[in-house]
Design a protein around this ligand. Structure first.
Ligand code: NAG
Ligand code: NAG
Length: 371
């Protein structure tokens, strides 16, 4: 058991380490990308039904993360709206390198006897495949202190994190919070790295054009899909790579914060009517990504014939790029599921192996209170 005092000491040590690391080197480049990714999703050929727009309708970011000024003027942001505060605190620069961090969370640290033997090979695979990366397994106690440090100027986020009634909600929220603040790779503790993130995206694709890499969890091409999944295409959140400050992460942090505080206020936070999938899990993650794809603040929509939808990603066999986001095919993060067109673990496109043991429960059981 980690006592409170030991947790504080661990957190202090950890923060000092992070501080020194972020100051002394600006992280190794992560080589990410593929031949097909030099074009945007609307221009790439992919599967015929995956692309609904003609090649002339390439959607490019209208506002690709601008380089922040070398020195930002100090502003009093305490009264600013939540999204503005987050944008100020965690500026996004698409041209920066992918930070060389691997973030995981678990009840115990790897040095603890209670860590769990079955997770050791998975945990070790991330360090083995990513030499030179800072690899941290954050316990719940340390997470609180780390977030207090990172989000000190955005107290509503801390209030929401503290108010979340069950650990799985906090674990979901934590991955978005750490990636927004620091970037890098988040992966669930029961997930093996099969290939280095350097190989997730072909060399030809400039890393300076990408800020977020996501995979597909489910692509159920069957009439009764809604009985099994909450979205026709569901993006997974057990493995995510990002640069700090990405607008998708800013939006999901704001959405979860607002929903949590509003439910706290009206006393429904512990109600069993709201599923974890919708509250913090793959459903809201998927919705937030699609709403970014269709947001005219980020994309020039003048030549677009309609919204980007699940049709743009169903049955894809290679990665697709929309603006600064790369969507990997189902085989990449969900190999071996033996359905929905996913390839096996030895498929060249299989990048991680998810065991569904760390936090996962069948979707129907993923409700607050286990109902
Ligand atoms: C409480 O707030 C949530 C989030 O705004 C809302 O969805 C829900 O309907 C509200 N419930 C009641 C009983 O007011
Ligand atoms: C397209 O997406 C935007 C943003 O998500 C949404 O407001 C709009 O209703 C969508 N339009 C259609 C035709 O679905």
């Amino acid at each position: 058991m980690l006592t409170f005092r030991r947790a504080i000491i661990a957190a202090a040590f950890f923060l000092t380490t992070i501080f020194l690391i972020t100051r002394s080197h600006s992280s190794a480049p992560v080589r990410v990308a593929t031949d097909d990714l030099t074009k945007d999703v609307h221009a790439s050929s992919g599967s015929s039904e995956g692309v609904t727009k003609s090649p002339s309708n390439v959607i490019t970011p209208a506002n690709p993360g601008k380089k922040p000024a070398a020195q930002q003027p100090l502003q009093d942001m305490s009264k600013a709206p939540l999204r503005e505060k987050l944008a100020y605190q965690f500026p996004y620069d698409v041209e920066s390198k992918f930070p060389a961090y691997i973030w995981q969370t678990w009840k115990y640290t790897p040095s603890s006897g209670e860590f769990g033997e079955k997770f050791r090979p998975a945990e070790a695979s991330w360090s083995e495949k990513h030499p030179g990366f800072v690899h941290e397994v954050i316990t719940d106690q340390v997470a609180v202190h780390l977030l207090r440090h990172l989000y000190a100027s955005v107290p509503e986020v801390l209030e929401a994190y503290t108010a979340l009634p069950v650990p799985v909600l906090k674990a979901d929220f934590f991955r978005y919070l750490i990636l927004l603040a620091r970037g890098g790779i988040y992966s669930d503790i029961d997930t093996h790295a099969l290939k280095s993130a350097a190989e997730w995206i072909p060399d030809k694709v400039p890393r300076s054009s990408i800020g977020l890499v996501v995979g597909i969890e489910a692509d159920p091409d069957r009439p009764d899909w809604a009985e099994w999944y909450s979205r026709r295409i569901q993006f997974c959140q057990w493995t995510i790579q990002s640069k700090a400050g990405h607008p998708v992460l800013r939006d999901i942090v704001a959405r979860i914060t607002e929903e949590t505080l509003s439910r706290k206020k009206n006393g429904t936070l512990k109600a069993k009517d709201k599923s974890i999938v919708e509250f913090t899990g793959p459903a809201i993650w998927t919705d937030t990504i699609f709403s970014f794809f269709n947001d005219e603040r980020y994309f020039d929509m003048t030549t677009s014939k309609g919204n980007i939808t699940w049709r743009d990603f169903t049955a894809i066999k290679t990665a697709k790029k929309v603006g600064d986001v790369v969507v990997l095919p189902i085989t990449s993060f969900s190999p071996g599921v033996q359905q929905m067109g996913a390839g096996d673990y030895d498929d060249p496109m299989a990048f991680v192996k998810h065991e569904f043991e760390g936090t996962w429960k069948p979707e129907k059981e993923r409700h607050i209170g286990g109902k």
